[in-house]
Design a binder for this molecule. Sequence first.
Ligand code: FES
Length: 119
Amino acid sequence: MTIMDTGWIDIGALDDVPRQGARIVRTPSGCIAVFRTADDRVFAIDDRCPHKGGPLSQGIVHGASVTCPLHNWVISLESGVAEGADEGSVACFRVKVEDGRIHLAASAIAFAIGDNPAP
Ligand code: FES
């Protein structure tokens, strides 16, 4: 991981994340899940399901959504909001792909640290 002075953090190559898969970025307060869709869009959201904290990074990606592996809630990767009848949401973080590299907004790490400080 490389922190650049542009406010973005290079977290790795797009090809390191399988299509319809995810990788995680560990922060002092938890993990951020970085998803790649079948059509190569990339999203970054908190890796804690709003239901009971399941690891969304281990869920099934379909379209721009992920199904939680624990109880099948469906979370929008675009908004972080639970779909259907379920209610809840997770934080979304700015992410972009340039020259085949994934860049996560440095503010995501600051948010994660500030949002839930380590004991
Ligand atoms: S913890 Fe994700 S659906 Fe229950």
